[in-house]
Ligand binder design. Structure first.
Ligand code: SF4
Length: 424
């Protein structure tokens, strides 16, 4: 039997726990009869380096480069054990993000030095950037671009290709259900993650998420319901967060999902990301509420129709207002995100966004995120720094939101900006 170690490196969100390792574990154990271990170094680092927590959610390359050394200093024996366990495996897999790449490269390097024969494979959003920019790190690894199940199984079975690109499952419902048994019972968090789909049919100009998947696919409502029931029975948890790029692609799917959840009588609560849909029926919004929808994350991004059009959001500010009213009528809490300084955003467009926020402040329960526009062109090794104007406007929006007493999440205001990079 092949032994596979999946390592999730810091820094990343702490709650909910990452989905990629548990999805891969379930799939590889089911299809390759492999023994799969998950080492969540992100959780370990968060617990063992409490002094670093204030820097956890803010982009900071200097901090990210220092994390592995900090961890080795803080828990040398534990890290020795992690490296040994990984080096004794047949294959070691990593999920790469922009922020954890330095840590992954450090760990992988040490594992390869211990055992040059171990297979290393890396997936995650950062591998897409490497692929599109044509610049891969010097690490001897196999690179998975797009979703990981089929490529990882091929690698475990002996596929030696250096890159496997967009090798996607056709029927998501054939995936085995996953669990979080790798965590000690006392470490099972109160909120557990779910995934009902892969990809996004949206075309938003600023977004890179849709490039990770070639096609949009969705589980049946009954599959998602079965996963919820399993997690609830196993861990007695009632709060779930959908990690989908987009949860409201189909009204019919949503209705079936909500009715099925209501029929289970589990009294769960859930949250998800939704796009603005002015024609969203109030009856369906009420059904969402009844099924346990307790929060939605919605990308408004701008209050100017001209900017929304440039962003290819497919919606107007008036349409957003209608959607927000529908959600409020149904009693659903939601949070919105804003982008300042999108290319082509004129002073009068920005002023419209400010006016929109002031006029709709009683309709908008919370601002989740404000950031200056970041050019994420994937053909470059890293996002381009935001312009001074974009950063200035993001600061003005943050000040406006505070002055108008619209609730907001302080740690997500300007948190994607590298400190000290843009002159004021
Ligand atoms: S709907 Fe969301 S995930 Fe889809 S392209 Fe737009 S911003 Fe990206």
């Amino acid at each position: 039997m092949k032994i596979v170690t999946l390592i999730y490196a810091p820094p990343s969100w702490i709650t909910p726990p990452p989905l990629a390792p548990v999805l891969l574990k379930a799939y590889l154990e089911h299809t390759c009869t492999a023994e799969v271990r998950i080492l969540d170094l992100n959780q370990i680092a968060f617990r063992r380096l409490p002094e670093t927590r204030p820097r956890w959610l803010k982009v900071d390359p200097a901090f990210e480069r220092s994390l592995f050394a900090r961890l080795r200093n803080a828990v040398p024996l534990l890290m020795e054990k992690v490296e040994c366990t990984a080096a004794e495996s047949d294959a070691v897999g990593f999920t790469l993000t922009q922020r954890n790449t330095p840590c992954v490269l450090d760990i992988a390097d040490r594992i390869v030095r211990r055992n040059p024969k171990v297979k290393i494979f890396c997936g995650g959003p950062q591998t897409l950037r490497f692929y599109l920019s044509g610049k891969f790190p010097g690490l001897r690894a196999q690179w998975v671009i797009g979703e990981g199940e089929l490529p990882s199984a091929r690698i475990i079975r002996g596929d030696d290709r250096a890159r496997i690109v967009h090798d996607e499952l056709s029927d998501l419902d054939r995936l085995p259900h996953y669990d979080f048994d790798y965590l000690a019972p006392s470490r099972i968090p109160p909120v557990l993650p779910l995934l009902s789909s892969r990809g996004c049919p949206g075309e938003c100009a600023f977004c890179t998420e849709r490039f990770l998947f070639r096609s949009y696919r969705i589980h049946s409502p009954s599959y998602v319901g079965e996963q919820i029931i399993r997690l609830h029975r196993r861990y007695r948890r009632r709060y779930f967060v959908f990690c989908d790029s987009l949860f409201n692609h189909s009204f019919q799917w949503l209705e079936e999902f909500c009715r099925m959840i209501i029929d289970t009588r589990l009294s769960i609560r859930w949250e998800a990301q939704m796009k603005i849909q002015p024609s969203f029926p109030v009856a369906l919004a009420r059904l969402l509420k009844k099924s346990g929808c307790s929060n939605l994350f919605i990308g408004l991004e701008s209050g100017s129709d001209a900017v929304l059009q440039k962003m290819r959001k497919g919606v107007t500010a008036g349409g957003a207002r209608s959607f927000f009213r529908t959600l409020r009528t149904a009693g659903i809490h939601f949070e919105i995100s804003l982008i300042a300084g999108f290319p082509g955003e004129r002073a009068r467009d920005f002023a419209q966004t400010c006016r929109f926020l002031i006029a709709q402040k009683r309709l908008i329960p919370k601002i989740a995120q404000i950031n200056p526009y970041l050019d994420y062109d994937l053909r470059r090794a890293a996002p381009r720094f935001p312009s001074r104007r974009a950063r200035h406007r993001a600061d003005r929006l943050a000040a406006l939101v505070a002055a108008e007493k619209i609730p907001f999440t302080p740690r997500y205001i300007n948190n994607l900006i590298q400190p000290g990079k843009v002159p004021r």
